[in-house]
Design a binder for this molecule. Structure first.
Ligand SMILES: Cc1cc2nc3c(=O)[nH]c(=O)nc-3n(C[C@H](O)[C@H](O)[C@H](O)COP(=O)(O)OP(=O)(O)OC[C@H]3O[C@@H](n4cnc5c(N)ncnc54)[C@H](O)[C@@H]3O)c2cc1C
Length: 299
């Protein structure tokens, strides 16, 4: 019985890479499209909002948590079709993006190697236009099947890449926050020698190992402003290592804010505000958050 899967007051700190976040009033893990639709129908019946959670690696959840139903997406079926030296793969949105990138590269299909260290689900990567090392999800995406959260009974529709209106780390889906649910995405990859694809992945992994912290984080906190790097500006403003409570501007990479253990959303937001103010004072540049702040803060 599907309803027995729904949990009350689930601490979201357990489901975010920052290990921060208060409780979801209701929480459910879905493993298939059918379960996703049942979860959405249940929330509709209870007059609850829904929040789709991937791997929790691009969100800061408030200390008071999220009202309504949080649906953690684990749908991960794949289907592929090879034609000559291209492969079309359709992957459900709860699958791991780095997992897919790794499997494809090892079989000699190039295009997603950049994603090796990005802890994203495929659906969220389509929403956020995840990218690294000069590549991004929009480079290889052909189309995505998407539901409208409000009118989900009408069923999903395939959107072309152009309809998603991609830009640096954003899309129409992100700008219209929460209105749409990505069900699956279709990518096209090209044949290459596996040894080359694997070498590219290894280079990217090594680069991350050298330049990124290992403590819990949400990746890059701010978008890079045109022609510059947020990390460089934060470091130049003297904020590397700056701490508020148990959260810190990483000593390894200044655009990563890390949880030293027991950090709160309130502390992190204070550190964000302080960083934005200091960088603005020093350089006249407004740093824009790359992550999403969701849920409620404690009063
Ligand atoms: C160590 C580290 C390194 C990182 N490096 C990079 C990097 O190099 N490049 C990069 O781009 N990002 C990077 N990130 C950030 C993050 O991994 C990406 O933004 C990723 O796309 C988020 O995926 P997620 O599954 O964790 O999404 P979540 O954080 O769970 O969700 C993000 C948003 O997408 C929405 N969403 C999730 N799934 C769906 C869906 N199926 N349909 C509709 N909406 C949905 C959520 O509601 C939320 O609003 C990094 C993060 C960490 C912790």
């Amino acid at each position: 019985m599907f309803e027995s899967k729904i949990i009350r007051d689930e601490p979201l700190a357990r489901h975010t890479t920052l290990r921060i976040g208060g409780p979801a009033d209701f929480f459910v893990r879905v493993d298939s499209q059918d379960e996703l639709l049942q979860a959405m129908a249940w929330a509709r019946k209870q007059h609850l909002d829904i929040f789709i959670l991937g791997n929790g690696s691009n969100i800061l959840v408030g200390d008071a948590g999220i009202r309504g139903l949080v649906i953690e997406n684990h749908m991960d079926l794949e289907q592929e079709h090879v034609s000559g030296d291209t492969l079309r793969i359709t992957a459900e949105s709860g699958g791991s993006l780095p997992g897919l990138a790794n499997r494809m590269a090892r079989r000699g299909w190039r295009g997603l190697e950049w994603a090796i260290g990005v802890p994203a689900t495929i659906g969220a990567a389509v929403v956020t236009n995840a990218g690294a090392h000069g590549g991004s999800i929009s480079d290889n995406l052909l189309r995505a099947e998407i539901l409208e959260a409000r009118g989900f009974e009408a069923g999903p529709r395939w959107w072309t890449r152009d309809e998603l209106e991609y830009d640096y780390r954003t899309s129409l889906l992100k700008r219209r926050g929460g209105e749409f649910v990505v069900i699956r995405a279709e990518f096209v990859l090209e044949q290459d020698e596996a040894i080359h694809s694997i070498a590219r992945m290894n280079r990217y992994t090594e680069h991350r190992r050298r330049t990124q912290p290992t403590e819990p984080s949400v990746g890059s906190m701010f978008k890079n402003p045109p022609g510059d790097f947020a990390g460089r500006l934060i470091q130049a403003a003297g904020l590397k290592g700056k701490q508020v409570g148990r959260v810190q501007v990483s000593t390894v990479h200044a655009n990563f804010f890390v949880n030293l253990g027991g950090g709160t959303a309130k502390e992190l937001l204070e550190l964000v505000a302080l960083t934005q103010a200091q960088v603005h004072r020093e350089f006249g540049i407004e740093l824009e958050l790359e992550i999403q702040v969701v849920g409620e803060q404690r009063g």
